[in-house]
Design a protein around this ligand. Structure first.
Ligand code: BJW
Ligand code: ZN
Length: 248
């Protein structure tokens, strides 16, 4: 028997009552947003993303970390959703019950028409005070030059530095989003995982939860990942090409 492919995946998605779509950085790659592991291009190359995305890095050098995030926010603001983002919105619209769970801190799903994605790792567009958590306005989009350190603005309540509204290593994920994601994964018929390395926990647990609960797991990724083990169908290719073929 041949390996199940896109035709089988499209059929399963088309027939499912409860669908979960779970996305990672590869989902946005073809919109020009580098993946987390490729994020350090240009002048940022001498830094390590895993070390910049930590509370310790922000405490040690807030201007370095704030500058990196402001540069990334400018990259995202210039980016546009691709046909894969539109296909995800179409899958959501077609299924009787659908939940979109994303690890991405960009807003490309929303701009493609997806409603209320669960952002497990926060957002580039929700800065808050690093001390009292009071929400802060997103600064004007005059983008910092690539590689520029930029002192963060200060909280208007307590004057502590403003931090990006993202989840750094060692920090807890937003509890309501994580609970809703785990619940959706435990009760879906089909989970479609797209463009994630499946290495960062607890988010990477989501496809495992679905598989353990008896759901069919479909993976879209050009490269093998640890999620191959729980995937019933592996579609090896880029999101912008593979996803539209699932909704034709
Ligand atoms: C394409 C493509 C194309 C390319 N089409 N595909 C269990 C075991 C071991 C460690 C831990 C564990 N549990 C927790 C940990 C520690 C840690 C962790 O997981 N570390 C691992 C590295 C080992 N986890 C945490 O610290 C988490 N917090 C926590 O556990 O807290 C405990 C706690 C509880 C209670 C109180 C207090 C604490 C937090 C994790 C937060 C992760 N945050 C980041 C940064 C967000 C902000 C930012 O963007 O800067 O989130 S890290 C980074 O990784 C980012 C991403 O969302 C996340 C996942 O990455 P993703 O999306 O998978 O991207 P990549 O780049 O890894 O992969 C891209 C993929 O796309 C590849 O597979 C490509 O092939 C593919 N691709 N082009 C389709 N065109
Ligand atoms: Zn404050």
């Amino acid at each position: 028997m041949t390996e199940p492919g896109p035709t089988q995946a499209a059929k399963l998605l088309g027939q499912a009552r409860r669908v979960v779509v779970f996305t990672g950085a590869g989902m946005s790659a073809e919109s020009g947003v580098p993946t987390f592991r490729d994020a350090l291009t240009g002048l940022w190359q001498r830094y390590d993303a895993q070390q910049l995305a930590t509370p310790a890095a922000f405490d040690a050098d807030p201007a370095l970390v704030w500058g990196w995030y402001e540069w990334r926010r400018a990259v995202v603001a210039r980016a546009r959703p691709h046909p894969g983002h539109l296909a995800v919105a179409a899958i959501e619209a077609h299924a009787p019950h659908a939940v979109l769970i994303t690890q991405n801190v960009d807003d490309l799903h929303e701009r493609a028409g997806s409603t209320d994605p669960l952002h497990l790792h926060g957002s580039l567009f929700a800065p808050r005070c690093s001390a009292c958590a009071h929400p802060a306005p997103t600064p004007d989009p005059d983008e910092p030059a690539e590689g520029r350190r930029l002192p963060p603005p200060r909280c208007d309540r307590c004057s502590a530095p403003i931090r990006p509204g993202v989840v750094w290593f060692g920090e807890a994920l937003p509890q309501p989003a994580l609970e809703a994601a785990a619940e959706a994964a435990a009760s879906c018929d089909v989970l479609l995982t797209v463009g994630t390395s499946g290495l960062v926990y607890p988010a990477a647990e989501i496809p495992h939860v679905a598989a353990r609960s008896g759901a069919t797991v479909i993976q879209v990724n050009p490269e093998p990942t640890p999620l191959d083990q729980v995937s019933d169908i592996n579609l090896r290719g880029p999101a912008a090409r593979v996803l539209p073929a699932l909704v034709d």
